[in-house]
Design a binder for this molecule. Structure first.
Ligand code: ADP
Length: 483
């Protein structure tokens, strides 16, 4: 039995702010249980719903020294089992007591420095020596660094391998060297330009990328893109240098959680055979819920997203007046940057029958929008993988995307001559291209409905479950362990 430990800052169903949580919560249960004992460790945030927290089992607690400043910091260990997977939660109210998982950067830096060290310290206490520690994003960045420095000579950790998965290269955990050195207790020699130093500061993600045995990211295209200046966020040199230990494995989605046939969040369940009628019923229910005119002939196009510049919202701003014609209803569900929240609030106020702005985070609501929309818009500036387009496809909703990262790898564009493809896409980060593509989609929707309906069915039938990607991770684990 190979032992794998996932280290991350979020995980469904406990805590989620984005796609990272979906991956960390789903992939472990998709691995072959006869071959892999995969466990997950995340912080015990006070904002995890009580229905879970009240059932966490206390395992142990101890005190750990942390850097130069604190000599005995509390580390509690809680445990919970779900779907045959053991989840551990690092307990410390000072760091994880807030009403959301992330706060200001300085505080997050300290929080996740603590978290990485606590994870290392917990392993012997729970007597779980992983063969591979699979770290996710910058919050887990210091784990491989600790393994190769402070814990290097400890026999318990001997031979432990690390894999680092980049879900988003933009977030790196950067602060000045003096602070990170003093918080982490890491030796001075790791703060050099070939290790953690980055433009005179310290970079926690970079530490993970330097020290991990293998690096993955969440799509093939993104794996290539991050080696370029444009997408590399300043780390393209390092990533190119590590090119031989870097690959892309596209995410899947949880086919149980996102299943229109059994989804109790939506008005009418459906599958590829019943989707046409059921989607109309879902559209009307959605229109009613949102106070939009109940009219099945409208083209309903939606955005379900964090509202940040990464998501291509500047293109949407440029084109929105022209997207919202008399045949169209435009729905947004998201939270984030106030400039975008206010943009959509303003449009909803100015065009009440056409635009619906829902500035909140609500999983059930998201499902109803996926089910009731005709198209979902994902025009991202960059997109490591993207789950929205995959969920949309599963719900028979046509994705309209920009050809970047995982969007490019997963949305085969419609070809009217061959009758192939499952969505629409455009190449350049340009508002007119976005508008042209949406208008082309509308043309197919309004004038070639049979072709549109066939495309919807092709989308539902495309397999974006975890099965093939989970196998790729297993192959990688075996390869890394065989070294
Ligand atoms: P990212 O990880 O960059 O935020 P992804 O496309 O990988 O983007 O994942 C986004 C996930 O979060 C999807 O499951 C999407 O449905 C969900 N999501 C985003 N915003 C909201 C929201 N406001 N309410 C509910 N779910 C949301």
């Amino acid at each position: 039995m190979k032992k794998i430990l996932f280290v991350a800052s979020e995980c469904v169903p406990f805590i989620k702010t984005g796609g990272l949580a979906d991956v960390v919560g789903t992939l472990p249960k998709m691995l072959d249980k006869n071959e892999y004992d995969c466990r997950v460790i995340i912080p015990n945030y006070r904002c995890i719903p009580d229905k879970f927290r009240n059932n966490f089992k206390y395992v142990h607690h101890f005190y750990m020294d942390m850097g130069e400043r604190f000599s005995s910091v509390h580390v509690g260990i809680m445990e919970y089992e779900l779907d045959g997977i053991t989840f551990y939660f690092v307990d410390n109210l000072f760091y994880f007591g807030g009403d959301k998982p992330y706060a200001d950067t300085r505080y997050d830096i300290e929080k996740f420095t603590y978290f990485a060290k606590a994870v290392m310290a917990i392993l012997p206490v729970i007597n779980f020596r992983p063969d591979i520690i699979h770290c996710h994003d910058w919050q887990a960045g210091l784990v491989p660094v600790y393994l190769h420095t402070l814990y290097r000579d400890n026999p318990f950790y001997r031979g432990v391998k690390t894999i680092f998965t980049i879900h988003n290269l933009r977030f790196q955990g950067i602060w000045d060297i003096k602070t990170i050195r003093s918080l982490s207790g890491l030796p001075g020699w790791v703060f050099t330009p070939d290790k953690l130093e980055f433009k005179k500061d310290a970079n926690m993600l970079k530490g993970g990328l330097v020290y991990a045995d293998y690096i993955t990211t969440v799509s093939d295209t993104y794996a290539g893109e991050i080696q370029t200046d444009y997408y590399g966020e300043g780390l393209n040199g390092l990533l190119s240098a590590r090119n031989q230990s870097l690959c892309g494995i596209v995410n899947g989605i949880d086919y149980d959680a996102y299943n229109p046939e059994t989804d109790t969040n939506i008005a009418k369940q459906y599958n590829s055979k019943t989707c046409k009628k059921a989607k109309t019923a879902n559209k009307k229910a959605l229109q009613q819920e949102l106070g939009l005119p109940q009219d099945e002939s409208k083209f309903v196009i939606s955005i379900i997203s964090r509202l940040t510049d990464q998501k291509g919202l500047d293109l949407v701003r440029y084109a929105l007046d022209r997207i919202c014609d008399d045949h169209t209803q435009f729905i947004v569900l998201g939270t984030g940057d106030p400039q975008y929240e206010n943009l959509f609030r303003d449009y909803a106020w100015r065009m009440p029958g056409k635009v619906s702005a829902n500035i909140c985070f609500n999983e059930g609501f998201a499902h109803r929008i996926y089910a009731g929309s005709d198209a979902v818009l994902v025009p991202s500036l960059f997109e490591p993988c993207g789950l929205t387009q995959l969920i949309a496809l599963r719900y028979g909703t046509v994705p309209i995307v920009r050809e970047t990262g995982g969007l490019k790898d997963t949305v085969q564009p419609y070809n009217e001559y061959e009758g192939t493809g499952i969505g629409f896409s455009f190449a350049n980060y340009n508002g007119d291209e976005l508008l042209n593509t949406i208008n082309y989609a509308k043309h197919i929707y309004f004038n070639c409905r049979k072709e549109w309906d066939q495309m919807v069915v092709r989308g539902i039938k495309t397999d974006y479950s975890w099965s093939s990607s989970a196998k790729k991770y297993q192959d990688l684990y075996n390869r890394v362990l065989g070294w």
